[in-house]
Design a protein. Structure first.
Length: 197
């Protein structure tokens, strides 16, 4: 691992890709969402975006300084998820001003890329409908929408248009890679990686 998740500072933005659960039934998806809400409360995490997919969960957390390894490990305790494998997570610390909107778009477009839904907001098990349709849920769209200029309505319109733009590979591949990483400019990477970027 290239950085210590136990030492994440408050307000650190992180993508967690959890491959420890098979989320193919409505019951398993509902249980994972319950665990996600519990983890938010227990560890004072903020959830910017999420998508629960059949073979993995994509979670965009804003940390309170919590050790995300411990947070994700707690999913196996007292859980009704059959065969959950704790420790099957990859973590990417991101520079929010550079990657927040791109990460939310990546998460919201994955159900479309995997042909689970024709539209991002049409997939029940993601936060896209909270962004585009203003529905209730565990995510806090303002964490990402605040990076767009203007009032709330203008920011939502800008994000909705951004969501449907073609995605340059440089903003997709870093999230897809199956390894821990620090994503940001040279200065951010050097500050957060023990290898100096």
């Amino acid at each position: 691992m290239c950085y210590n998740l136990g030492m994440l500072s408050e307000n650190a933005h992180c993508l967690v890709t959890d491959t420890g659960a098979v989320l193919k039934s409505q019951e398993s998806l509902a249980e994972y969402l319950r665990l996600l809400e519990k983890a938010k409360l227990d560890h004072k995490l903020r959830l910017a975006a999420y998508a629960l997919l059949p073979n993995r969960a994509l979670l965009y957390f804003v940390s309170s300084g919590a050790d995300l390894h411990s947070v994700m490990g707690s999913f196996a305790k007292g859980s009704a998820l059959a065969d959950y494998k704790p420790g099957h997570c990859k973590y990417k610390l991101i520079q929010p001003e550079k990657y927040a909107a791109h990460l939310a778009r990546y998460i919201h477009m994955e159900p479309v890329r995997e042909q689970l839904s024709a539209r991002p907001e049409g997939y029940r098990w993601s936060s896209a409908a909270q962004y585009v349709g203003g529905t209730d849920g565990p995510a806090e769209p303002a964490l990402v929408l605040s990076s767009f200029p203007g009032d709330a309505a203008a920011a939502l319109a800008a994000y909705s248009a951004f969501l449907l733009e073609p995605v340059p590979g440089k903003f997709w591949r870093p999230f897809d890679k199956n390894r821990d990483a620090v994503l940001g400019d040279r200065e951010f990477t050097a500050l957060h990686s023990p290898h100096g970027g």
